[in-house]
Design a protein around this ligand. Structure first.
Ligand SMILES: Nc1ncnc2c1ncn2[C@@H]1O[C@H](COP(=O)(O)OP(=O)(O)OP(=O)(O)O)[C@@H](O)[C@H]1O
Ligand SMILES: [Mg+2]
Length: 1108
């Protein structure tokens, strides 16, 4: 990259007009055009920057450019707005001087863009950090918000600022931004209700309608169609290169960054929507009987929706649009409004609402961006105020705007031209005066307290009686007639009587920037800026908190009958404050120039530029610069800054500062015509000289820095060396100690080794001796032991021999004695021994018998027939008795396990055995059959339920039996029931009782001896049951039936014992006849079953098969 070191490098035309040769207006314009054609839009006049609007984006605002201009001297690089911003920022940061950047120029010249460039440059070069970045971001993002609400498309500028803005950016001592304060000046509120042809209302209305979501619009009760709103001009609704929808998103985002709460944003949008709705309210006339005209709202829908949005009662607002209440001290008078007045009231409300909303926005932004710390701040003010305006139709607003521009021009003149010249005179510098136009006279025409136009307007507004715009003009015509810059057709100045370019209802002022014709219509109204009290009170009654806040005067508790200050008065006061503020700061000028009226790039309309250059006084500016000195500074700071350039002044100069500077300049051999000594300041003619000084200073500073560095490095190295040396001694001491310690430990361990070897050798020697001694002792002991052993064994052998001999003697003696005794007692032995041997033998046999019996015992079952065989005949009796005893014992054991029921069954069985055993052949087969009793399960079987209930007693036996028919000997099946008291015969199928016989009526039972089941139940003669005769029955369970009947008879005390007759022939009484039943053993004809046949009237023959 090419590195520039001077403004003069690769210059197109001249970068600084001061260097222009020859200097004339033409060459001035030619230079501007030349540079403009080469995209050089910035040119200097000394430290003032002229900026030409390129009307297209140039690649000169990149981050690289920012870096290029950062910390560089003003004249070092080609002219740029960044150079000015850098200069201002550095003198603020390094020299602690508050700065202000004054951007002037007419509408569309690029003031707002320039102010944004300055702010973005400062933001880029100042400190960084999370907090600082947030502050920067908030400061930068306040612009889109204010532009949306305060800018509009005009014929001159698609993004024209319709308010004045002055922003103070506050920095701390390091140059980091802390926050800011924005002041706003007079919003052009008339635009809200009416826009000139080809112009638009404020951007925010279009942005909201095209950018908001359907949902938001629905909430705000708005329609996307612009044509639905009376306050929006339609012929220029779409602006080339302006994306309202995208801008709406940018604005919402910016509001969020600045710190607006979501509900605040919503409230703001509701107010914007309310203004649109307000414009749609229309009135119609209605005549009253007293002849006056009254107004009525045509369609109340918009009014209703607006009231809903703002939370106002519809009737209250409706009344405020129909009546006007005038309060005077103690009186209140209500008058009706006609249609025109109603429209006036509506528009006044819309304008007030919007302008107050705008002021609220500025206050709210200020709240967010205000510096948090209370420490002293350095301030950089950026002024971007509406440019000078000349429209076809100029009204009060243009008058005010142009007045403000006059004031700014004044301050420019004050500070650059007059101040500069006056300073030369004051400082006693030789100087030829330069003529320039001082617009103080115009300012005076407007703002003079007694007869200034604003004062007269105020006077007219406050005057009792009929006041109109015309009376105001009349007043001007009388008072300002003689003023050189005031022109009016009806003034006493006859000069204009025939001037047809001057209509009757207008006056013209020759501003510094040109003549402007003002139409007086609306001046009085706009200056009064009156809002009917009824309306402000209606607004105060709203439940919408923001709207209530905007109309505090509507509070009925604080009715102020004093007139509020007029718009003109307020504006004059705020401009006055601004001017005073600017005068305390170091000014930096950016003078914006508009190259053409078409908003087009590459077009340079010379006449237009010439006009601007003239009224901006640029030529005078160059002249003063050229004649004067580029730089001045009081002696003290100058000496302080450059004293290092001369040995005599460095490091201290003891004498007066001026002399020090003189010595310095002489020493530096600066040519005498390059500077002059003033009374308190030195004046340097050329920037080059200053650069030379600065360069020398920079080099010197470098040398000084090197010197400081050198000394510092020397000091640092020396102290490091000393430290090293000290450390080395310590390290060496420690090392020596360590080495000695090591050596000592080595010797010590060697000694220990030698010592241990010696001791080991001695010990081993001793051990050897001791071992030898021990071996000797052991050998002696062994030899002694062997010797004693031999001796002992020899003695033992001798003793053993001796004992053997003694034993043999004793045995021989014993045998001898025995022989002697046996010979003597043989005759007594046989008489006693036989019996004893016998008893012993018997005892042994019995013992063996019992032990054997124990192991061969049979099982515990009573039916087990096994019993061990008898071993000896003589034990026969005992053996049999033992068998019986054992059998009885195990039967007892067996019985002891019986339950009561089982016991009863066995008792029955026992009884059966007593009755039938060995008497009837059927008996053995019945032994194994259990006596079940109830074979029919009579109580459970539902079939026999009736039968069961017919019998009172508990049924002991229930079975099916055959009743033998006497006529043919055939059997019929009958149910046989036995209870304790009776037996019953019933039909097997129906369960019907055929016969019920009480047991006392039964005398005997007859059965055969054979294996048949026939039995005859014989009844007591003469008893009731005996009428039908005896029963001859047959049953498989004969034994059980007879046993049970017998048992009942045995247990009943009141009855005789039942007879059981067992014989193969017995008589049965059937009614009157007695029939003999005879049993014959032998094979019956029909196989194996029993058959019964009637032989004759008195004989029934029963054939029973032979029992096996
Ligand atoms: N440096 C620039 N580079 C590119 N375009 C520019 C530059 N300066 C101005 N413009 C263009 O000119 C237009 C008008 O500029 P700007 O809004 O800054 O004018 P202004 O002086 O503030 O006017 P007003 O007094 O009406 O507010 C901008 O919208 C932009 O398109
Ligand atoms: Mg602007």
């Amino acid at each position: 990259m090419e590195v520039k070191t001077s403004l003069l490098d690769n210059m197109i035309g001249v970068g600084d007009m001061v260097l222009l040769e020859p200097l004339s207006e033409d060459s001035f314009l030619e230079n501007l055009r030349n540079r403009f054609d080469h995209n050089e839009i910035y040119t200097y006049i000394g430290s003032v920057v002229i900026s030409m609007n390129p009307y297209r984006s140039l690649p000169i605002y990149t981050p690289d450019k920012v870096e290029e201009y950062r910390n560089r001297n003003f004249y070092e690089l080609s002219p740029h707005i960044y150079a000015l911003a850098d200069e201002a920022y550095r003198s603020l940061r390094d020299q602690d001087k508050d700065q202000c950047i004054l951007i002037t120029g007419e509408s569309g010249a690029g003031k707002t863009e320039a102010s944004k460039l300055v702010m973005s440059y400062v933001a880029a070069v100042c400190g960084k950090g999370q907090e600082v970045n947030k502050v920067k971001e908030q400061l930068l993002q306040s612009n889109p918000v204010l532009e949306a609400f305060g800018n509009a498309k005009t014929v001159r500028n698609d993004n024209s600022s319709r308010f004045g803005k002055y922003m103070d950016i506050e920095f701390d001592f390091k140059g980091d931004p802390l926050g800011g304060v924005i002041s706003n000046y007079l919003l052009e509120k008339s635009r809200v209700v009416k826009q000139p042809r080809g112009e638009r209302n404020f951007h925010v209305f279009y942005q909201l309608l095209s950018g908001a979501s359907d949902d938001t619009l629905k909430k705000l009760k708005l329609n996307r169609d612009l044509s639905k709103y009376n306050y929006l001009s339609l012929d220029s609704a779409a602006v080339n290169g302006l994306d309202d929808a995208a801008n709406f998103r940018t604005v919402r985002n910016a509001m969020q960054i600045v710190g607006f709460m979501e509900d605040e944003v919503q409230s703001v949008l509701e107010l914007v929507a309310a203004v649109l709705k307000l414009g749609n309210i229309e009135f119609k006339p209605e005549s009253r009987c007293n002849g006056t005209d009254e107004s009525r709202i045509k369609d109340k829908n918009d009014l209703k929706e607006m009231c809903e949005l703002l939370g106002i009662e519809q009737s209250v607002l409706e009344r405020a649009f129909s009546y006007r209440t005038v309060e005077a001290k103690l009186e209140k008078v209500s008058t009706t409004l006609n249609v025109a007045q109603a429209y006036y009231a509506r528009d006044a409300l819309a304008k007030n609402l919007y302008s107050r909303l705008f002021s609220w926005l500025v206050t709210r932004i200020n709240e967010s961006i205000k510096a948090q710390t209370k420490s002293r701040h350095k301030v950089m003010g950026v002024l971007d105020i509406y440019g000078f305006e000349i429209f076809e139709d100029n009204s009060f607003e243009q008058f005010i705007i142009n007045y403000c521009n006059e004031k700014l021009q004044q301050i420019f003149i004050e500070l650059t031209l007059r101040e500069e010249q006056e300073e030369y005179v004051r400082e006693g510098i030789e100087w030829t005066n330069i003529e320039y136009f001082n617009n103080a006279i115009i300012c005076d025409l407007i703002e003079n307290h007694q007869n200034g136009i604003l004062a007269m307007l105020d006077e007219e507004c406050l005057r009792p009686g009929t006041v109109t715009d015309e009376t105001f003009l009349d007043k001007l015509n009388t008072i300002c007639a003689e003023h050189q810059h005031f022109e009016s057709r009806l003034s006493k100045n006859s000069k204009f009587l025939t001037d047809h370019s001057l209509p009757h209802n207008c006056f013209r002022i020759q501003h510094y920037a040109g003549k402007v014709l003002y139409r007086v219509e609306g001046f009085v109204d706009k200056n009064n800026d009156l809002l009917y009290r009824d309306l402000s009170q209606a607004m105060y009654k709203a439940t919408h908190s923001l709207i209530k806040q905007l109309f505090p005067e509507g509070n009925p508790g604080k009715v102020n009958l004093k007139r509020p200050p007029t718009a003109g008065f307020q504006f004059k006061a705020s401009v006055g404050t601004l001017m005073r503020n600017l005068q305390t700061k170091n000014p930096n000028y950016i003078r914006c120039i508009k190259p053409n009226d078409k908003k087009a790039s590459h077009i340079f309309t010379e006449s237009l530029v010439r006009h601007q250059a003239r009224y901006l006084g640029l030529m005078e500016n160059v002249r003063v610069r050229r004649a004067g000195y580029a730089f001045r500074q009081t002696y003290e700071p100058c000496l302080e800054r450059y004293k290092m350039l001369c040995k005599r002044t460095w490091p201290h100069w003891r004498g007066p500062a001026r002399e020090g500077v003189e010595v310095l300049m002489a020493d530096l051999q600066v040519p005498a015509d390059e500077f002059s000594y003033g009374r308190s300041k030195i004046f340097i003619r050329n920037p080059r000289t200053l650069f030379f000084l600065e360069e020398r200073r920079r080099q010197c500073l470098q040398d000084l820095a090197s010197l400081i560095q050198k000394i510092y490095r020397g000091w640092k190295c020396r102290s490091q060396f000393l430290l090293l040396k000290k450390s080395q001694i310590v390290v060496a001491a420690w090392y020596r100690r360590y080495a000695q310690q090591k050596k000592y430990q080595k010797i010590k361990s060697a000694t220990t080794v030698v010592q241990s070897y010696t001791r080991g050798w001695q010990a081993r020697k001793l051990l050897r001796e001791l071992k030898y001694q021990k071996r000797c002792e052991e050998a002696v002991t062994t030899i002694a032991a062997f010797w004693h052993g031999t001796q002992a064994r020899r003695e033992l052998r001798r003793l053993k021999e001796e004992a053997r001999r003694k034993h043999a003697v004793a045995v021989i003696w014993a045998y001898w004695q025995g022989l002697k005794v046996r010979r003597e007692y043989r005759k007594f032995f046989r008489a006693n021994a036989g019996k004893k041997i016998y008893e012993f033998t018997i005892q042994r046999i019995m013992q063996k018998y019992f032990l054997g019996l124990k192991s061969t015992m049979p099982s515990m079952s009573p039916i087990d027939k096994n019993w061990p065989a008898r071993p000896y005949i003589f034990l026969d009796g005992v053996h049999t008795a033992l068998r019986r005893i054992f059998h009885l014992w195990r039967c007892k054991k067996y019985r002891s396990q019986f339950t009561e029921e089982k016991k009863a069954v066995y008792e029955e069985k026992l009884e059966a055995s007593e009755i039938f055993k060995d008497k009837k052949a059927l008996y053995p087969s019945s032994v194994s059959q259990p006596f079940k009793g109830d074979y029919l399960e009579i109580s459970k079987n539902p079939k026999y339920q009736k039968l069961n209930s017919a019998v009172d007693e508990k049924v002991l036996l229930a079975d099916v039996v055959n009743k033998i028919n006497r006529a043919n000997g055939k059997g019929t099946a009958r149910i046989f029931l036995l209870t304790k008291k009776s037996f019953v015969l019933a039909d097997q199928k129906t369960g019907q009782v055929k016969a019920s016989v009480p047991l006392p009526d039964l005398t005997s039972v007859s059965v055969s001896t054979q294996s048949d089941g026939f039995f005859a139940l014989r009844l007591k003669e003469g008893s009731a049951s005996a009428i039908k005769g005896d029963f001859l029955l047959s049953s498989e369970h004969l034994i059980e039936i007879i046993t049970k009947i017998h048992r009942i008879g045995a247990t009943a005390a009141d009855r005789e014992q039942l007879n059981i007759d067992i014989s193969d022939e017995f008589l049965v009484q059937f009614k009157q006849d007695k029939v003999c039943v005879k049993f014959i053993e032998g094979a019956p004809k029909n196989g194996n079953s029993v058959s019964c046949k009637r032989k004759n009237n008195r004989l029934l023959e029963v054939s029973v098969p032979t029992s096996p």
